[in-house]
Design a protein around this ligand. Structure first.
Ligand code: ATP
Ligand code: MG
Length: 432
Protein backbone atom coordinates (compact mmCIF):
# COMPACT_ATOMS: atom_id res chain seq x y z
CA UNK A 1 0.00 0.00 0.00
CA UNK A 2 1.23 3.48 -0.81
CA UNK A 3 2.60 5.39 2.14
CA UNK A 4 1.43 8.96 1.88
CA UNK A 5 3.37 11.75 3.53
CA UNK A 6 1.79 14.99 4.63
CA UNK A 7 3.04 17.99 2.68
CA UNK A 8 4.96 19.08 5.76
CA UNK A 9 6.66 15.66 6.02
CA UNK A 10 7.39 15.61 2.29
CA UNK A 11 9.03 19.03 2.48
CA UNK A 12 11.00 17.98 5.55
CA UNK A 13 12.29 15.02 3.52
CA UNK A 14 13.13 17.57 0.84
CA UNK A 15 14.23 15.27 -1.96
CA UNK A 16 13.52 11.96 -3.62
CA UNK A 17 10.37 10.01 -4.22
CA UNK A 18 7.20 10.90 -2.28
CA UNK A 19 3.45 10.31 -2.41
CA UNK A 20 1.13 13.07 -1.21
CA UNK A 21 -2.58 13.74 -1.33
CA UNK A 22 -4.95 16.58 -0.76
CA UNK A 23 -6.99 19.19 -2.61
CA UNK A 24 -6.27 21.44 -5.56
CA UNK A 25 -5.70 24.84 -4.02
CA UNK A 26 -4.72 26.61 -7.24
CA UNK A 27 -4.26 25.50 -10.83
CA UNK A 28 -2.93 27.04 -13.98
CA UNK A 29 -1.39 25.62 -17.11
CA UNK A 30 -0.73 25.47 -20.79
CA UNK A 31 -0.61 22.71 -23.39
CA UNK A 32 2.88 21.81 -22.17
CA UNK A 33 2.67 22.00 -18.41
CA UNK A 34 0.11 22.08 -15.64
CA UNK A 35 0.85 23.66 -12.25
CA UNK A 36 -1.23 22.47 -9.35
CA UNK A 37 -0.78 23.89 -5.88
CA UNK A 38 -1.81 21.06 -3.58
CA UNK A 39 -3.24 21.76 -0.13
CA UNK A 40 -3.52 19.34 2.77
CA UNK A 41 -4.01 19.74 6.50
CA UNK A 42 -0.43 20.82 6.98
CA UNK A 43 0.66 23.13 4.13
CA UNK A 44 0.66 23.77 0.38
CA UNK A 45 3.00 22.37 -2.27
CA UNK A 46 3.51 23.26 -5.92
CA UNK A 47 3.21 20.24 -8.21
CA UNK A 48 4.21 20.17 -11.87
CA UNK A 49 2.51 17.84 -14.32
CA UNK A 50 3.98 17.40 -17.82
CA UNK A 51 2.50 15.36 -20.69
CA UNK A 52 5.80 13.73 -21.62
CA UNK A 53 6.08 12.35 -18.06
CA UNK A 54 2.51 11.33 -17.20
CA UNK A 55 1.33 10.57 -20.76
CA UNK A 56 -1.09 12.42 -23.01
CA UNK A 57 -4.29 10.85 -21.59
CA UNK A 58 -3.40 11.60 -18.00
CA UNK A 59 -2.36 15.11 -18.94
CA UNK A 60 -5.76 15.73 -20.43
CA UNK A 61 -7.34 14.78 -17.09
CA UNK A 62 -4.87 17.03 -15.25
CA UNK A 63 -5.68 19.85 -17.61
CA UNK A 64 -9.35 19.69 -16.57
CA UNK A 65 -8.67 19.64 -12.83
CA UNK A 66 -10.68 22.25 -11.00
CA UNK A 67 -9.97 23.96 -7.71
CA UNK A 68 -10.82 21.73 -4.70
CA UNK A 69 -10.74 18.43 -6.59
CA UNK A 70 -9.11 15.82 -4.34
CA UNK A 71 -6.09 14.05 -5.76
CA UNK A 72 -3.22 11.71 -4.97
CA UNK A 73 0.18 12.39 -6.49
CA UNK A 74 3.42 10.53 -6.72
CA UNK A 75 6.70 12.04 -7.86
CA UNK A 76 10.03 13.57 -6.98
CA UNK A 77 10.25 16.48 -4.59
CA UNK A 78 13.01 19.06 -4.73
CA UNK A 79 13.83 22.52 -3.47
CA UNK A 80 12.65 25.36 -5.68
CA UNK A 81 12.99 28.92 -4.49
CA UNK A 82 10.31 30.12 -6.93
CA UNK A 83 7.60 27.81 -5.58
CA UNK A 84 5.21 29.27 -2.96
CA UNK A 85 6.55 27.12 -0.11
CA UNK A 86 10.07 26.60 -1.46
CA UNK A 87 9.57 23.05 -2.80
CA UNK A 88 8.21 21.54 -5.98
CA UNK A 89 6.92 18.09 -6.83
CA UNK A 90 7.69 16.75 -10.31
CA UNK A 91 4.66 14.53 -10.77
CA UNK A 92 5.15 11.08 -12.26
CA UNK A 93 1.72 9.64 -11.50
CA UNK A 94 -1.53 11.00 -10.13
CA UNK A 95 -5.12 9.95 -9.54
CA UNK A 96 -8.25 12.01 -9.11
CA UNK A 97 -10.12 10.82 -6.03
CA UNK A 98 -13.02 13.28 -6.04
CA UNK A 99 -13.53 15.64 -8.96
CA UNK A 100 -14.81 19.10 -8.18
CA UNK A 101 -17.47 21.24 -9.81
CA UNK A 102 -16.65 24.88 -10.28
CA UNK A 103 -15.87 25.97 -6.73
CA UNK A 104 -18.25 28.75 -5.71
CA UNK A 105 -15.68 30.61 -3.64
CA UNK A 106 -13.44 32.86 -5.68
CA UNK A 107 -11.61 36.08 -4.90
CA UNK A 108 -13.26 39.24 -3.59
CA UNK A 109 -16.50 37.80 -2.31
CA UNK A 110 -18.56 39.50 0.36
CA UNK A 111 -18.25 38.41 4.00
CA UNK A 112 -21.93 37.39 3.98
CA UNK A 113 -21.48 35.15 0.94
CA UNK A 114 -18.46 33.55 2.60
CA UNK A 115 -20.55 32.92 5.72
CA UNK A 116 -23.32 31.33 3.59
CA UNK A 117 -20.65 29.03 2.17
CA UNK A 118 -18.86 28.57 5.47
CA UNK A 119 -18.76 24.77 5.06
CA UNK A 120 -16.52 25.37 2.03
CA UNK A 121 -14.79 28.53 3.25
CA UNK A 122 -13.37 26.46 6.13
CA UNK A 123 -10.88 25.14 3.59
CA UNK A 124 -9.29 28.56 3.21
CA UNK A 125 -5.75 28.85 4.45
CA UNK A 126 -6.83 31.70 6.71
CA UNK A 127 -9.49 29.73 8.55
CA UNK A 128 -7.27 26.67 8.64
CA UNK A 129 -4.55 28.76 10.30
CA UNK A 130 -6.99 30.24 12.82
CA UNK A 131 -8.26 26.80 13.79
CA UNK A 132 -4.70 25.65 14.40
CA UNK A 133 -4.08 28.59 16.70
CA UNK A 134 -7.37 27.93 18.48
CA UNK A 135 -6.51 24.29 19.10
CA UNK A 136 -3.14 25.40 20.48
CA UNK A 137 -4.78 27.94 22.78
CA UNK A 138 -7.07 25.25 24.25
CA UNK A 139 -4.22 22.75 24.51
CA UNK A 140 -2.09 25.33 26.34
CA UNK A 141 -4.95 25.99 28.76
CA UNK A 142 -5.24 22.31 29.65
CA UNK A 143 -1.48 21.91 29.85
CA UNK A 144 -1.10 24.83 32.27
CA UNK A 145 -3.79 23.64 34.67
CA UNK A 146 -3.10 19.89 34.33
CA UNK A 147 0.45 20.55 35.52
CA UNK A 148 -0.97 22.19 38.64
CA UNK A 149 -3.13 19.20 39.47
CA UNK A 150 -6.45 20.60 38.27
CA UNK A 151 -9.27 18.29 37.29
CA UNK A 152 -11.18 18.77 34.03
CA UNK A 153 -14.87 19.06 34.85
CA UNK A 154 -18.00 18.53 32.75
CA UNK A 155 -20.68 21.04 33.72
CA UNK A 156 -24.35 20.86 32.73
CA UNK A 157 -25.34 22.78 29.60
CA UNK A 158 -29.05 22.85 30.52
CA UNK A 159 -29.35 25.11 33.53
CA UNK A 160 -32.49 26.21 35.37
CA UNK A 161 -31.40 29.80 36.11
CA UNK A 162 -29.20 32.66 35.03
CA UNK A 163 -25.66 33.45 36.04
CA UNK A 164 -24.81 36.49 33.91
CA UNK A 165 -28.11 38.34 33.69
CA UNK A 166 -31.52 37.14 32.52
CA UNK A 167 -31.58 39.25 29.38
CA UNK A 168 -29.12 37.09 27.46
CA UNK A 169 -30.60 33.70 28.40
CA UNK A 170 -31.59 31.26 25.67
CA UNK A 171 -34.76 29.50 26.72
CA UNK A 172 -35.26 25.91 25.57
CA UNK A 173 -38.27 23.66 25.67
CA UNK A 174 -37.51 20.92 28.16
CA UNK A 175 -40.08 18.10 28.10
CA UNK A 176 -43.20 19.72 29.51
CA UNK A 177 -41.38 22.65 31.03
CA UNK A 178 -38.55 24.99 30.05
CA UNK A 179 -34.92 25.47 30.93
CA UNK A 180 -31.98 27.53 29.67
CA UNK A 181 -28.70 27.01 27.88
CA UNK A 182 -25.68 27.75 30.03
CA UNK A 183 -24.20 31.26 30.06
CA UNK A 184 -21.33 30.06 32.26
CA UNK A 185 -20.59 26.93 34.28
CA UNK A 186 -19.52 29.01 37.27
CA UNK A 187 -22.23 28.16 39.78
CA UNK A 188 -21.81 24.45 39.04
CA UNK A 189 -18.05 24.79 39.10
CA UNK A 190 -18.29 26.25 42.58
CA UNK A 191 -20.18 23.13 43.70
CA UNK A 192 -17.38 20.96 42.33
CA UNK A 193 -14.61 22.87 44.10
CA UNK A 194 -15.98 21.80 47.48
CA UNK A 195 -15.24 18.27 46.34
CA UNK A 196 -12.06 18.39 44.33
CA UNK A 197 -10.82 21.97 45.06
CA UNK A 198 -9.21 22.71 41.68
CA UNK A 199 -11.31 22.44 38.53
CA UNK A 200 -11.37 23.71 35.00
CA UNK A 201 -13.56 23.20 31.99
CA UNK A 202 -13.72 24.11 28.33
CA UNK A 203 -17.33 24.37 27.42
CA UNK A 204 -19.64 26.08 24.98
CA UNK A 205 -21.62 28.99 26.43
CA UNK A 206 -24.71 30.60 25.02
CA UNK A 207 -25.77 34.21 25.28
CA UNK A 208 -28.55 35.92 23.38
CA UNK A 209 -26.50 39.00 22.61
CA UNK A 210 -28.65 41.56 20.83
CA UNK A 211 -25.91 44.05 20.09
CA UNK A 212 -24.08 43.47 16.84
CA UNK A 213 -20.43 43.82 17.72
CA UNK A 214 -17.27 42.27 16.33
CA UNK A 215 -16.65 40.70 19.78
CA UNK A 216 -19.87 38.90 20.59
CA UNK A 217 -21.10 35.49 19.50
CA UNK A 218 -24.33 33.80 20.61
CA UNK A 219 -22.44 30.54 21.03
CA UNK A 220 -18.83 30.68 22.15
CA UNK A 221 -16.33 28.59 24.09
CA UNK A 222 -15.33 29.59 27.54
CA UNK A 223 -12.34 28.24 29.41
CA UNK A 224 -13.22 28.50 33.08
CA UNK A 225 -11.43 27.64 36.30
CA UNK A 226 -12.64 27.54 39.87
CA UNK A 227 -10.44 26.95 42.88
CA UNK A 228 -11.06 26.52 46.61
CA UNK A 229 -8.99 28.54 49.09
CA UNK A 230 -8.03 30.93 46.29
CA UNK A 231 -8.41 34.67 46.78
CA UNK A 232 -8.24 37.51 44.27
CA UNK A 233 -4.44 38.14 44.25
CA UNK A 234 -3.67 34.45 43.68
CA UNK A 235 -6.20 34.32 40.89
CA UNK A 236 -4.65 37.30 39.12
CA UNK A 237 -1.33 35.43 39.05
CA UNK A 238 -3.10 32.37 37.69
CA UNK A 239 -4.72 34.40 34.89
CA UNK A 240 -1.46 36.08 33.94
CA UNK A 241 0.31 32.72 34.06
CA UNK A 242 -2.09 30.92 31.76
CA UNK A 243 -2.32 33.79 29.27
CA UNK A 244 1.46 33.96 29.06
CA UNK A 245 1.57 30.20 28.58
CA UNK A 246 -0.93 30.46 25.70
CA UNK A 247 1.07 33.23 24.04
CA UNK A 248 4.27 31.22 24.48
CA UNK A 249 2.82 28.08 22.96
CA UNK A 250 1.28 29.91 20.02
CA UNK A 251 4.55 31.73 19.32
CA UNK A 252 6.51 28.48 19.60
CA UNK A 253 4.25 26.15 17.67
CA UNK A 254 2.12 28.28 15.33
CA UNK A 255 4.66 30.40 13.49
CA UNK A 256 3.45 29.00 10.14
CA UNK A 257 -0.17 29.79 10.93
CA UNK A 258 0.69 33.30 12.11
CA UNK A 259 2.62 33.85 8.90
CA UNK A 260 -0.34 32.70 6.77
CA UNK A 261 -2.44 35.21 8.71
CA UNK A 262 0.11 37.95 8.16
CA UNK A 263 0.21 38.53 11.90
CA UNK A 264 2.94 40.85 13.13
CA UNK A 265 4.32 38.74 15.99
CA UNK A 266 6.16 41.75 17.40
CA UNK A 267 2.77 42.96 18.58
CA UNK A 268 2.20 39.78 20.61
CA UNK A 269 5.70 39.31 22.00
CA UNK A 270 5.49 41.95 24.75
CA UNK A 271 2.70 39.90 26.35
CA UNK A 272 5.17 37.07 26.80
CA UNK A 273 8.18 39.12 27.81
CA UNK A 274 6.75 41.89 29.99
CA UNK A 275 4.60 41.70 33.11
CA UNK A 276 0.94 42.58 32.56
CA UNK A 277 -0.36 45.89 33.84
CA UNK A 278 -2.54 45.73 36.97
CA UNK A 279 -4.83 48.59 37.87
CA UNK A 280 -7.99 49.24 39.80
CA UNK A 281 -11.21 50.58 38.28
CA UNK A 282 -10.58 53.91 40.03
CA UNK A 283 -7.18 54.20 38.30
CA UNK A 284 -8.88 53.55 34.97
CA UNK A 285 -11.19 56.48 35.63
CA UNK A 286 -8.18 58.69 36.35
CA UNK A 287 -6.44 57.59 33.15
CA UNK A 288 -9.59 58.20 31.11
CA UNK A 289 -10.00 61.62 32.72
CA UNK A 290 -6.54 62.55 31.42
CA UNK A 291 -7.74 61.56 27.94
CA UNK A 292 -10.73 63.85 28.36
CA UNK A 293 -13.25 61.08 29.03
CA UNK A 294 -15.33 61.30 32.18
CA UNK A 295 -16.91 58.10 33.47
CA UNK A 296 -19.28 58.49 36.37
CA UNK A 297 -18.26 56.33 39.32
CA UNK A 298 -20.39 53.20 39.36
CA UNK A 299 -20.75 52.79 35.59
CA UNK A 300 -19.23 49.69 34.03
CA UNK A 301 -16.53 50.48 31.48
CA UNK A 302 -17.88 50.42 27.95
CA UNK A 303 -16.03 49.19 24.89
CA UNK A 304 -14.99 52.71 23.84
CA UNK A 305 -13.52 53.33 27.26
CA UNK A 306 -11.74 49.98 27.39
CA UNK A 307 -10.26 50.68 23.96
CA UNK A 308 -9.10 54.11 25.08
CA UNK A 309 -7.35 52.63 28.12
CA UNK A 310 -5.62 50.06 25.94
CA UNK A 311 -4.15 52.75 23.69
CA UNK A 312 -1.63 53.22 26.50
CA UNK A 313 -0.43 49.62 26.74
CA UNK A 314 1.02 46.80 24.61
CA UNK A 315 0.32 44.02 27.13
CA UNK A 316 -2.97 42.88 28.72
CA UNK A 317 -4.33 45.07 31.48
CA UNK A 318 -5.78 43.41 34.57
CA UNK A 319 -8.51 45.65 35.97
CA UNK A 320 -9.86 44.94 39.47
CA UNK A 321 -12.13 46.44 42.11
CA UNK A 322 -15.09 47.50 40.00
CA UNK A 323 -17.96 49.26 41.79
CA UNK A 324 -20.47 46.88 43.32
CA UNK A 325 -23.45 48.51 41.64
CA UNK A 326 -22.26 47.41 38.19
CA UNK A 327 -21.42 43.83 39.21
CA UNK A 328 -23.18 40.45 39.34
CA UNK A 329 -24.75 39.16 42.56
CA UNK A 330 -22.01 36.60 43.29
CA UNK A 331 -19.14 39.13 43.31
CA UNK A 332 -18.25 40.00 46.92
CA UNK A 333 -18.00 43.68 47.90
CA UNK A 334 -15.43 45.25 50.18
CA UNK A 335 -15.26 48.84 51.30
CA UNK A 336 -12.56 51.07 49.88
CA UNK A 337 -12.46 54.85 50.34
CA UNK A 338 -16.08 54.93 51.47
CA UNK A 339 -17.26 53.04 48.39
CA UNK A 340 -18.27 49.44 47.78
CA UNK A 341 -16.00 47.72 45.28
CA UNK A 342 -15.87 44.05 44.31
CA UNK A 343 -13.08 41.53 44.53
CA UNK A 344 -13.36 40.98 40.82
CA UNK A 345 -11.33 41.21 37.65
CA UNK A 346 -11.61 41.88 33.94
CA UNK A 347 -8.64 41.47 31.66
CA UNK A 348 -8.40 43.69 28.60
CA UNK A 349 -6.40 42.59 25.57
CA UNK A 350 -4.02 44.88 23.67
CA UNK A 351 -4.74 46.33 20.21
CA UNK A 352 -8.41 46.94 20.91
CA UNK A 353 -9.43 43.29 21.30
CA UNK A 354 -11.43 44.11 24.41
CA UNK A 355 -12.26 42.01 27.44
CA UNK A 356 -10.83 38.51 27.27
CA UNK A 357 -11.30 37.38 30.88
CA UNK A 358 -13.84 38.06 33.61
CA UNK A 359 -13.73 36.63 37.11
CA UNK A 360 -14.05 37.18 40.82
CA UNK A 361 -13.70 35.88 44.29
CA UNK A 362 -17.12 34.40 45.14
CA UNK A 363 -19.48 35.91 47.65
CA UNK A 364 -20.17 33.84 50.77
CA UNK A 365 -22.90 36.16 52.02
CA UNK A 366 -26.29 34.48 51.49
CA UNK A 367 -28.27 37.42 52.82
CA UNK A 368 -26.63 39.96 50.53
CA UNK A 369 -26.93 37.72 47.47
CA UNK A 370 -30.61 37.07 48.24
CA UNK A 371 -31.25 40.79 48.43
CA UNK A 372 -29.54 41.46 45.12
CA UNK A 373 -31.27 38.62 43.32
CA UNK A 374 -34.62 39.92 44.52
CA UNK A 375 -33.73 43.42 43.34
CA UNK A 376 -33.02 41.95 39.89
CA UNK A 377 -36.42 40.29 39.85
CA UNK A 378 -34.99 36.79 40.33
CA UNK A 379 -36.49 34.22 42.63
CA UNK A 380 -33.83 33.45 45.27
CA UNK A 381 -35.45 30.03 45.80
CA UNK A 382 -33.95 28.94 42.47
CA UNK A 383 -30.54 29.55 44.01
CA UNK A 384 -31.12 27.69 47.24
CA UNK A 385 -28.90 24.81 46.13
CA UNK A 386 -26.15 27.38 45.46
CA UNK A 387 -26.60 28.83 48.95
CA UNK A 388 -26.23 25.31 50.36
CA UNK A 389 -22.59 25.50 49.26
CA UNK A 390 -22.23 28.32 51.81
CA UNK A 391 -24.17 26.46 54.51
CA UNK A 392 -22.02 23.35 54.62
CA UNK A 393 -18.32 23.99 55.11
CA UNK A 394 -17.89 27.07 52.98
CA UNK A 395 -14.38 28.29 52.17
CA UNK A 396 -13.05 31.28 50.23
CA UNK A 397 -12.87 30.46 46.54
CA UNK A 398 -12.46 32.19 43.22
CA UNK A 399 -12.75 31.55 39.52
CA UNK A 400 -12.85 33.16 36.12
CA UNK A 401 -13.85 32.60 32.53
CA UNK A 402 -11.70 33.26 29.48
CA UNK A 403 -13.37 33.75 26.12
CA UNK A 404 -11.49 31.35 23.85
CA UNK A 405 -12.55 33.10 20.62
CA UNK A 406 -11.64 36.52 22.03
CA UNK A 407 -8.12 35.30 22.81
CA UNK A 408 -7.86 33.68 19.39
CA UNK A 409 -9.09 36.86 17.66
CA UNK A 410 -6.41 38.81 19.49
CA UNK A 411 -3.53 36.39 18.86
CA UNK A 412 -4.48 35.97 15.19
CA UNK A 413 -5.16 39.67 14.67
CA UNK A 414 -8.70 39.01 13.34
CA UNK A 415 -11.07 41.79 12.42
CA UNK A 416 -14.12 39.91 13.63
CA UNK A 417 -14.63 37.22 16.26
CA UNK A 418 -16.75 35.25 13.76
CA UNK A 419 -13.56 34.01 12.16
CA UNK A 420 -12.42 32.47 15.45
CA UNK A 421 -15.10 29.76 15.32
CA UNK A 422 -15.89 27.32 12.48
CA UNK A 423 -19.63 28.00 12.31
CA UNK A 424 -20.45 31.34 13.94
CA UNK A 425 -23.82 31.89 15.58
CA UNK A 426 -24.98 35.45 16.10
CA UNK A 427 -28.34 37.17 16.29
CA UNK A 428 -28.47 37.28 12.49
CA UNK A 429 -26.63 34.07 11.60
CA UNK A 430 -27.34 30.49 12.65
CA UNK A 431 -26.78 28.60 9.38
CA UNK A 432 -25.15 26.57 7.82
P1 ATP B 1 -18.71 41.63 27.55
O1 ATP B 1 -18.79 42.81 28.49
O2 ATP B 1 -17.63 41.76 26.53
O3 ATP B 1 -20.03 41.24 26.98
P2 ATP B 1 -19.00 39.91 29.81
O4 ATP B 1 -18.64 40.80 30.93
O5 ATP B 1 -20.42 39.70 29.49
O6 ATP B 1 -18.24 40.40 28.45
P3 ATP B 1 -18.17 37.55 31.25
O7 ATP B 1 -19.55 37.25 31.68
O8 ATP B 1 -17.21 38.06 32.23
O9 ATP B 1 -18.22 38.53 29.97
O10 ATP B 1 -17.59 36.26 30.51
C1 ATP B 1 -16.24 35.86 30.59
C2 ATP B 1 -15.54 35.98 29.25
O11 ATP B 1 -16.27 35.31 28.22
C3 ATP B 1 -15.43 37.41 28.74
O12 ATP B 1 -14.32 38.03 29.31
C4 ATP B 1 -15.23 37.20 27.26
O13 ATP B 1 -13.90 36.88 26.97
C5 ATP B 1 -16.08 35.99 26.98
N1 ATP B 1 -17.38 36.35 26.42
C6 ATP B 1 -18.46 36.82 27.08
N2 ATP B 1 -19.51 37.01 26.28
C7 ATP B 1 -19.09 36.61 25.04
C8 ATP B 1 -19.72 36.53 23.77
N3 ATP B 1 -20.98 36.87 23.61
N4 ATP B 1 -19.00 36.08 22.71
C9 ATP B 1 -17.71 35.73 22.88
N5 ATP B 1 -17.06 35.76 24.06
C10 ATP B 1 -17.73 36.20 25.13
MG1 MG C 1 -21.62 40.37 27.98
Amino acid sequence: MTKFLTIQEAMAKGKGSVSVRGWVYRERGSAKVKFVVLRDGTDILQCVIKPDVVGADAFEIADKLQVEASIELHGTIKKDERAPTGFELQVEKFAVIGPSDKFPITKDQSPEFLLDKRHLALRSRKLQAVLKVKAKVMQAWREFYDKQGFLEYTPPIFQPSQCEGGSTLFEVKYYKTKTYLTQSWQLYGEAGTFSYEKLYCLSPCFRAETSKTSRHLSEFWMAEMEQAWLELPGMLDSIEGVLKHMVKRVLEDCQDALQVLGRDVKKIEPSLKKPFVRMKYKDCLKLLEKDGITVKWGKDLRTVEEDKIMEHFDVPVIVTHYPKEAMAFYKPPIEEGGKEVCLCVDVLAPEGYGEIVGGSQRSLDIERMTKELKAMGEDPKAYDWYFDLRRYGSVPHSGYGLGVERVVAWLCGLENIKDAIPFPRTMLRWTP
